[in-house]
Design a protein around this ligand. Structure first.
Ligand code: ADP
Ligand code: MG
Length: 481
């Protein structure tokens, strides 16, 4: 069984007030484990440990090559435990086992990637005269609080922990209360890989109790948060009080633009995947499918046919293509958009069926849904649903497509389907989003920056940008005269 205590300063410890909470299996609604419900005092201890590990070392001053070696050992250990980790992640977060398996592989890749950057990203020497030399160097920003969501628990943890460690920061990881187990496993793996005590602390618990104290604490230098817009706003505001470095990866209502000149089958497959992948519980989900009018009817038919192929069921069943939503509360929220769609006059073109297996009766299943004839002003076109609900919106020409794509408060991602390379570039440049896919949906290579414009957030993760989020820049001016 996995650890269910807090990991603070290199030890597994109980919470100070002895409280716990259940993490459940969304596929059945059954409890998997009781996990420590950390509070303010526990957060204080974790911050103290991270602070000490930063201020007295050795991690921030450990030679990058040695830090890289630890990261590589973490990657190797993740790979060695991959099957076990994928099963745990699948169970705790209701992810298809096949998807969880990919997440685990990618988490390992992220640690390897940042091991590489730790030893290859140097500083600068700006031009100067003969009497001076200026060195521009990067230093770790300090203690980083890493707050993650439940949809990709291990992957999001890796995406924050790996660059933070590569930069020489010390960290407190606060996983989402719905799926905390893989983050506890990561702590075990990191310790076994030789990460010194206090460098990675894991605090399980609820946001306002275990997360908020980290954001308020003046001893924390940086916060990286992935989650809802509402909590992102609170975190940004709170972090400003102590001038923390902030990275926010928030919601989206991403446009998926299908032009008539696109490879039709590829566009339909990608559009369906873009919104139904992981039950739509993906910040970059292509939840607004914009379709050129000349192919609109054909596209609606094809999208409904694809949705009809989706089989709901237990996430570990290899025949199944859609698992449960994360929780009963979340299902109720997603369900409320069925009413909004109808009330606003959208046409419910498709709704799938729930699994009939009695063993799954306690799970939080929700069927794929397609609304057509959606107007971009409707609630289902404006608000992030975070469920398998597609809104299909017709457009007449490229200009209208771009206007609709940008008519959103968000700006995380967009997909553009066309065979015209000039149009692909034109539209990609015109869309105000941090990630644009051409003739694809959802790839997120480790080497490229990920993050949003507008209300989708601040800053970037992954790639070189992901490392910079954890680095301060310093100039050292040497007078040679
Ligand atoms: P979701 O709505 O998808 O559950 P949230 O934004 O509520 O997303 O949660 C994302 C992460 O933020 C979780 O780890 C959660 O515990 C944490 N969190 C929630 N509220 C706060 C808060 N006030 N301060 C810090 N962290 C929070
Ligand atoms: Mg769970």
């Amino acid at each position: 069984m996995v650890e269910t205590k807090l990991y603070i300063d290199g030890s597994w410890v109980d919470g100070v007030d002895g409280e716990s909470f259940s993490t459940v299996d969304p596929a059945t609604g059954e409890e998997i484990a009781a996990v420590v419900r950390a509070g303010r005092v526990d957060a204080d201890r974790a911050v103290a440990a991270a602070r000490r590990a930063f201020d007295t070392g050795p991690w921030p001053t450990t030679p990058p090559r040695e830090r890289a070696a630890v990261l590589r050992r973490i990657a190797a250990a993740i790979r060695a435990d991959a099957e076990e980790l994928a099963r745990l992640e699948s169970r705790d977060a209701g992810k298809l086992l096949t998807d969880a398996t990919e997440d685990v592989a990618e988490a390992a890749e992220i640690f390897d990637y940042y091991a590489g950057l730790a030893v290859s990203e140097g500083g600068e020497i700006p031009p100067s005269g003969p009497d001076a030399v200026t060195l521009v160097v990067s230093e770790p920003v300090g203690v980083a609080a890493l707050i993650t969501p439940w949809n990709f628990p291990l992957l999001m943890a890796a995406q924050k922990v790996a660059p933070a460690l590569a930069a020489g920061c010390t960290t407190i990881l606060k996983p989402a209360e719905q799926a905390p187990l893989s983050s506890l496993e990561l702590a075990r793996i990191a310790a076994e890989a030789g990460l010194p005590p206090g460098v990675l602390n894991v605090l399980t618990g609820f946001g306002p109790e275990a997360g908020a104290p980290l954001v308020e604490d003046p001893r924390v230098d940086a916060v990286s948060f992935t989650g809802s817009e509402a909590v992102g706003r609170i975190i940004g505001r709170t972090a400003a009080e102590t001038f923390k470095r902030v990275t926010l990866e928030l919601g989206g209502k991403s446009p998926n633009v299908v032009f008539a000149d696109a490879d039709f089958d590829a566009a339909m497959e990608g559009s369906a995947f873009g919104v139904f992948f992981h039950q739509g519980q993906v910040c970059s989900a292509g939840s607004r499918v914009l379709v050129e009018r000349s192919i609109y009817d054909e596209a609606v038919e094809a999208l409904c046919a694809r949705a009809a192929e989706i089989r709901l069921g237990h996430p570990a069943d290899p025949e199944v293509s859609m698992g449960p939503l994360i929780s009963a509360e979340h299902r109720a929220k997603v369900n409320s958009y069925l009413e909004h769609g109808r009330a606003d006059g959208a046409h419910l073109a498709y709704m799938g069926r729930l699994p009939t297996d009695p063993d799954l009766a306690g799970g939080f299943y929700f069927p794929p849904v397609i609304f057509t004839d959606v107007d971009n002003t409707m609630k289902i076109a404006r608000e992030e649903i975070f469920g398998p609900v597609m809104a299909v919106i017709p457009f007449t020409d490229e200009e209208e497509a771009v206007a609709l794509a940008n008519d959103t408060t968000y700006g995380l991602a967009a997909a553009v389907w066309t065979s015209d390379v000039k149009r692909a570039v034109r539209v990609s440049r015109a869309i105000r989003a941090g990630v644009v896919w051409v003739n694809d949906s959802q790839p997120a290579p480790v080497e490229a920056p990920w993050g949003g414009f507008k209300a989708s957030g601040i800053g970037r993760e992954l790639g070189r940008h992901g490392l910079r989020a954890y680095q301060e820049t310093k100039q050292i001016y040497l007078n040679l005269d």
